[in-house]
Design a protein around this ligand. Structure first.
Ligand SMILES: [Zn+2]
Length: 270
């Protein structure tokens, strides 16, 4: 892409996964199978940067999910290590509803200097509105933001109505709902989630499936300030995602909000 097109924008990738080198290839293959989608890259930090550099990404929200409780601590340490090595990474930690000590996990995440928690109900095998998951939200509310995967037409674990249930029970929780609030369930998502205070969205893993008209509709319904650009790395190419976003013909102000300003405001970045 012509650098003149994007260089006027500050760009933050609000949703990227990274994996330790040893497992990056396998993890990427497994995600590809799970979603039946081709992966753009292998999920290592250096590849994330290589892909993001093509459009001048300034910061990356990076995360990795513990599929079992015994992985929690080592994944949090891994994310913190990557953030130390790459200062433009903004790391979220992980916990699990089956963890023996959720408060201790959140404490670890804070002491490592991470900024919030990422959960993926489908990979972690829990219902987003289950009592066990509520224990996590209880600890996070008023403290740290939560990025949660939302939606999948095959499963109900992270369905938009369950995300709305989280907000109903924890209205002060800062809730970053991935994929416009419901991957493959976009119309349900807008019905359940539009207009809720403290609920924001990223637009990752959505643009390839939706028409330009519907994307413009979603962004205007949620508000551009609540919709964050993201690659869902290693799923999509930064360049292609940016091309699609800028192709929507939104105003410059809307593009600025989506590409970085909304994210900085929500996560409290300078
Ligand atoms: Zn994710």
């Amino acid at each position: 892409m012509d650098s003149e097109i994007y260089s006027k924008y500050e760009i933050i990738d609000a949703h990227a996964h990274i994996f330790p080198e040893k497992i990056a290839e396998n993890a990427t293959v497994n995600i590809g199978h799970f979603y039946d989608l081709p992966m753009e890259s292998c999920g290592m930090s250096k590849q994330l940067i290589q892909s993001g550099e093509k459009i001048g990404v300034k910061n990356y929200l990076v995360c990795s999910t513990a599929t079992t409780p015994h992985q929690i601590s080592s994944i949090n340490e891994f994310i913190a290590r990557e953030c130390r090595q790459t200062p433009n990474f903004y790391g979220l930690g992980t916990t699990h509803p089956d963890s023996e000590n959720i408060e201790a996990d959140i404490q670890q995440i804070k002491s490592l200097g991470l900024h919030g928690v990422k959960l993926h109900p489908d990979f972690q095998n829990f219902d987003a509105d289950s009592p066990k998951a509520f224990e996590i939200y209880e600890v996070l509310q008023g403290d740290m933001p939560l990025l949660i995967h939302c939606g999948d037409r095959r499963y109900d674990r992270s369905a938009p109505h369950k995300i709305a249930e989280i907000h109903k029970n924890f209205p002060r929780l800062k809730l970053h709902s991935a994929h416009f609030g419901g991957y493959q369930r976009w119309s349900e998502a807008e019905e359940c989630l539009a207009g809720l205070e403290n609920v924001v969205f990223d637009i990752s893993s959505s643009m390839a499936f939706l028409t330009d008209d519907y994307l413009r509709h979603l962004i205007s319904k949620y508000g551009a300030e609540n919709c964050f650009f993201g690659s869902d790395f290693p799923m999509w190419s930064h360049e292609e995602e940016l091309r699609k976003l800028l192709g929507l013909g939104l105003t410059e102000r809307e593009n600025r909000l989506i590409l970085s300003e909304g994210f900085k405001n929500f996560y409290g970045l300078e």
